[in-house]
Design a protein around this ligand. Structure first.
Ligand code: NAD
Ligand code: GDD
Length: 383
């Protein structure tokens, strides 16, 4: 191990951001352990880690197994998706993510970690501050008083606080980044969990007569290219900044303009067809004053440049599917994921290797306590 800078664990490291981070850390000379309950769809394990551990991090003993011997832990594991997923799967991802976040920070304490990173989200911000498409930018302090977006955002806010107090109480360092819609090659691009950048590139490639858009398209977002995200995580992890930071750009765009940009890369100018769909907040932008102050850096890849690279990669994926006999015209529309209990029903599986229906009563007790605590905490006045 002495030839490596440090041994690090990435929870959820087979995912989009985790695998890019693992590759970068491996290239920089770290010994990278990835723990995930699935393998990466686009890369072989040895491209982004030295050890791959197939584990369900909702189980504490698995989280400890993932983290043992690691000086740095990055928790990027979460049941996660874009608006087509997080709004229609509130209970499922509440349960799954609360268990993962709680276990990973407790595992970090048990193994004596030195530094812990938690991947939070712009979804922690108060929804009432995101009603105007001309959002001037969300400052970090605006997460409180709390009214986060969906249970996904509520769990993220709670887990942020866990990372902060665990570090304070148990003598290690924790770092928290609030990601603003990360996109790039090797991200989820079909199936319902994809976010707008991948969905728009895919629709622009596959649409023939019009471009389908959830909502009136006047809603706004800012986006962050994956290379900037990885750079930001590494800079924050190495910094002395103990408070949550936005990791995003201030380049805000309407969904209508964003759709036109993706069509431009595909040589199309189709009319937009607005339909009902899960829209999320009306206007969201990052405010980067704090990241500039603490890291003397901020994400800099322009949306058009990042999308050019993402669009090219998605085009290749579509052609792979076409060659495999899939009718790719179906990709002109986006799905909304229906709520599924599959992951809850398998909560007992990986730790006990026997299929049980329903929630493990011990885990259910744990989740009730944790969620109850979270709600009590949110209603309490924050110091
Ligand atoms: P992703 O879905 O590609 O990666 C998450 C990984 O977590 C997946 O590989 C998944 O298999 C793994 N995972 C889920 N449940 C697990 C379990 N029980 N045990 C083990 N592994 C499990 O998503 P991503 O875009 O790479 O996001 C990484 C992190 O960043 C997540 O915490 C996400 O909430 C957060 N985030 C992402 C964005 C974004 O725009 N991508 C924005 C805000 C926050
Ligand atoms: N995903 C998607 N697919 N969104 C679409 C589509 C489509 O086909 N058509 C229009 N939209 C609109 C959505 O209705 C929403 O108003 C906007 O595009 C952005 O949607 P997403 O990219 O899916 O999500 P988000 O920006 O609201 O939230 C995402 O980013 C957060 C961090 O900033 C999610 O991934 C969250 O999980 C994440 O935390």
């Amino acid at each position: 191990m002495s030839e490596y800078k440090a041994k690090v664990c990435i929870g959820g490291g087979a995912g989009f951001i985790g695998s890019h981070l693992g590759k970068r850390l491996k290239d920089e000379g770290y010994y990278v352990v990835v723990a995930d309950w699935v393998t990466n769809k686009f890369m072989k394990n040895d491209e982004f880690c030295h050890e791959f551990k197939l584990l369900d991090l909702r189980d504490l003993s698995s989280a400890v197994e993932a983290c043992k011997g690691c000086e740095h832990i990055y928790n990027l594991a979460a049941d996660m998706g874009g608006m087509g997923f997080i709004q229609s799967n509130q209970s499922v991802l509440f349960y799954n993510n609360t268990m993962i976040s709680s276990n990973m920070i407790e595992a970090a304490r048990r193994v004596g970690v030195k530094r812990f990173f938690y991947a939070s989200s712009a979804c922690v911000y108060n929804e009432s501050l995101q009603l105007d498409p001309n959002n001037p930018g969300l400052e970090e302090s605006m997460a409180w008083p709390a009214r986060p977006q969906d249970t996904y955002g509520l769990e993220k806010l709670y887990a942020e606080e866990m990372a902060i107090v665990y570090a304070k109480d148990f003598g290690f360092e924790s770092r928290v980044a609030r990601f603003h819609n990360i996109y790039g090659p090797r991200g989820t691009w079909k199936g319902g969990r994809e976010k707008s950048p991948a969905a728009f590139c895919r629709k622009a490639y596959c649409s023939a007569s019009d471009f389908e858009m959830w909502g009136d398209g006047k809603q706004t977002r800012s986006y962050t290219f994956i290379d900037d995200c990885v750079e930001g995580i590494i800079r924050l992890m190495r910094s002395d900044c103990k408070i949550p930071l936005n990791l995003g750009t201030e380049e805000m765009v309407t969904m209508n303009d964003f759709a036109k940009l993706t069509m431009k890369f595909n040589g199309k100018e189709l009319p937009l067809r607005h339909i009902d769909g899960p829209e999320g907040v009306r206007g969201r932008n990052s405010d980067n004053k704090l990241i500039r102050k603490h890291l003397n850096w901020e994400p800099s890849v322009k949306l058009a440049d990042g999308i050019a690279r993402t669009n090219k990669w998605i085009g290749k994926q579509i052609e792979i599917d076409r060659k495999a006999g899939i009718d790719v015209s179906q990709y002109a529309v986006s799905q909304v994921c229906k709520q599924t209990e599959e992951s809850l029903d398998s909560a007992y599986d990986l730790s006990n290797s026997s299929k049980k229906k329903g929630l493990n009563p011990l885990l259910l007790g744990g989740i009730t306590a944790v969620v109850g605590g979270a709600l009590g905490f949110l209603f309490a006045k924050r110091k």
